[in-house]
Design a protein around this ligand. Sequence first.
Ligand SMILES: Nc1ncnc2c1ncn2[C@@H]1O[C@H](COP(=O)(O)OP(=O)(O)OP(=O)(O)O)[C@@H](O)[C@H]1O
Ligand SMILES: [Mg+2]
Length: 388
Amino acid sequence: MEIMVETISCPKCGQSIDPSSGKCAHCGVNLALAAVLAEQKVRVSTGLLPDIHLSPEVLVPRLGDSLTEQGLLTPDELFQALSYQKKMADRGQPKLIGQALLELNIISREVLDQAITEQILQLQSALRAANTELENRVRERTVELEHALTRLAELNQLKSNFISNVSHELRTPLTHLRGYIELLGEEVLGPLNSQQLDAIRVMEKADNRLGSLIEDLIQFSAYSQGSLDMRLIDTNLADIFYEVSSKASQKCEEKQIIYQEKISQNLPLVSADPQKLPWALLHLIDNAVKFTESGGRVQVGASLEHGFVKIYILDTGIGISKEHIREIFEPFHQVDGSSTRRYGGTGLGLAMSQQIITGHGSKIVVHSKVGEGSYFEFSLPIAEINQS
Ligand SMILES: Nc1ncnc2c1ncn2[C@@H]1O[C@H](COP(=O)(O)OP(=O)(O)OP(=O)(O)O)[C@@H](O)[C@H]1O
Ligand SMILES: [Mg+2]
């Protein structure tokens, strides 16, 4: 019977090779290494293995293979050393291949040291090559990132300009509308029946909403262009709460929400902007009311703590999930941003409130639980006059 011996070809050049030789006679490639790489390629293309980048371990052949390749070891001797290694490992005395070769007197210490030194050199140069490749890639990515960042900054500027221009453009026609609504409402242009007057009231409300939205947009674009003009002066919080209280309690009453205040008496003066602070405070209360159902509760509190006045706004509303808390301060971000959402607004309020509170050298902290409610808190530094 004739036995068919299949010819094996080199994975690199495709020429037939001698299976007992470590190198391809035609292209000189290290067959052990080429075989590993070829196998890996097949496994990657068939989805058996993720694409592993060439590492120094892959690039440098193992010691036994390397010695065989250099003709310092025959395949039989390598086999003998590997068997000895396995036997010792089974006995619980694992040996490195070099140790096994020495103990079996297959090679001398000098030859082994020389081979290991060569391997280390090979490894070092492979590492250097891998590092250079990595550095080049990092450099390329850094350049790409810098381009992307510049482009992003340009787009951001465009967006801010756009918001600012559009808002200013909207103001003019709104002023005309407002003027005529007023004239109609005061019946300067002729008497109106009760239905027409009702219609005028609805138009007035819509006009007010549109007006405050445009003001918000203008403020926001000013803030985001870095022109948040803070005027920090010694401020009496009692005055601020007086202003905020009546508006807040009215909002709550309209929605049948219980409004509570826990403001300590005789709070010290704080360093604050008397115009912007009430705006931010009212906005936080506005959110608390908006996201709380009728029958719920909104509480505003202030107390002196560790040299700061802590102010908080608490509600028993819908709450915010952990993963959304970080996003709510992003401009235009709303937890429910869909067109069918239940709650109105543009998603600018918190971004602006945060900017104002940051302008006071503070930060808004939020604790919230979905279905239970939310708690927003910030602290204001007390005025220096209190400390002297
Ligand atoms: N007290 C709160 N309870 C539950 N969710 C809140 C509360 N405050 C803010 N949020 C969530 O954070 C989002 C962003 O708030 P933000 O005040 O910036 O926008 P808005 O209230 O939706 O719109 P705008 O304030 O511009 O009228 C809200 O849409 C809401 O999803
Ligand atoms: Mg809001």
